[in-house]
Design a protein. Structure first.
Length: 321
């Protein structure tokens, strides 16, 4: 989650001009704005052929986010399912942009699948997601080396980076207004209880998606099973431990009422991924770092603050430290 302020979507007439400039003589038969993020805007565009749809993604951030995502999608096309890049313009066009045009991927988000309450479908998809994340973990960078222009730097800078980051968040007035004193004390204790194990994660330098959640994994039914159709939204990718993406994907999972587990971790191992001893507890603390970072943000909608604070309390209830 990001604490950035929401941006306004481009005017519809500006989007229409952009589509005319991109597709020229090809008639646009229909356009549908999909669920938007805090900074980017996605449109499903149906072309006149009737056999093809594309996704137009307009970035509200700087052009580097567009360039980064385009490079990563090109690198990953033979590694895991990702959308095919058809056109990129980091400088924008006709006053709109930066933008990227992708081949549209048919499917639904894992979040939508979970809402069906079809336990077998969720289990199949979770297993496939585990296999997919294991394949992503095979994309490694030189130890502590720069991962290049397609991804950000290593997520852990220096020893005890996660406990120290959590402590810096706990000191912020914004977080203190959203979590009580006892919860803050227990978060601090849990983070430092796992400090030595967390420090070993610095030795891992794999490609990390950076926002691997229910909304960024598309799934569909193929040959009788639910499988990953595409992993989307790569602008936060960096170098680090796969446990960052595992923590993100499992942050809503609860020991008393699991839905993704043990299917996800089984798929991860079946795909060649290795989980460290005590990985569940470690992932919970990694997730706490992200949640505390969100709660420390000054501009955060009240409903998101309430949701994330609830996740923090659930985590320390399950992991007393």
């Amino acid at each position: 989650m990001s604490s950035s302020e929401a941006r306004q979507a481009p005017p519809s007439d500006a989007v229409a001009r952009l589509l005319g400039a991109v597709f020229g003589a090809r008639r646009v038969a229909g356009i549908q704005m999909l669920s938007e993020g805090l900074c980017n805007f996605n449109y499903k565009v149906d072309l006149d052929s009737g056999a093809e749809s594309v996704l137009l993604r307009i970035y509200g951030r700087d052009p580097d986010a567009c360039r980064k995502e385009a490079r990563l999608l090109g690198l990953l096309k033979d590694v895991i399912p990702v959308p095919e890049v058809l056109q990129v313009s980091a400088d924008g066009l006709d006053g709109v942009g930066p933008f990227i045009v992708l081949r549209y991927v048919e499917g639904i988000t894992f979040r939508q699948l979970r809402r069906t309450r079809d336990r077998e479908a969720v289990a199949q998809a979770a297993h496939s997601i585990g296999e997919t994340l294991a394949a992503l973990g095979h994309c490694e960078f030189p130890h502590h080396g720069a991962p290049g222009p397609a991804a950000g730097g290593h997520l852990l800078n220096g020893p005890q980076a996660i406990p120290e980051f959590i402590d810096s968040c706990l000191a912020s007035p914004a977080l203190r207004s959203r979590l009580d004193e006892e919860t803050c004390r227990r978060v601090h204790a849990l983070a430092w209880c796992r400090a030595r194990e967390l420090d070993r994660l610095r030795d891992e330098a794999c490609l990390v998606h950076g926002d691997f959640n229910n909304r960024n994994v598309l799934v569909r039914r193929e040959q009788g099973r639910w499988r990953v159709a595409a992993v989307i939204d790569w602008e936060f990718a960096a170098s680090g431990s796969p446990l960052f993406d595992i923590a993100s994907f499992l942050q809503y999972e609860r020991l008393m009422s699991p839905s993704r587990e043990p299917h996800f971790s089984r798929g991860y191992r079946d795909g060649g991924g290795r989980l460290p001893e005590g990985w569940w507890q470690l992932a919970r603390v990694v997730g706490l770092a992200r949640q505390c970072g969100t709660l420390a943000g000054a501009h955060l909608p009240a409903e998101i603050a309430t949701e994330v604070a609830g996740l923090v309390r659930e985590t320390i209830r399950e992991n007393p430290g």
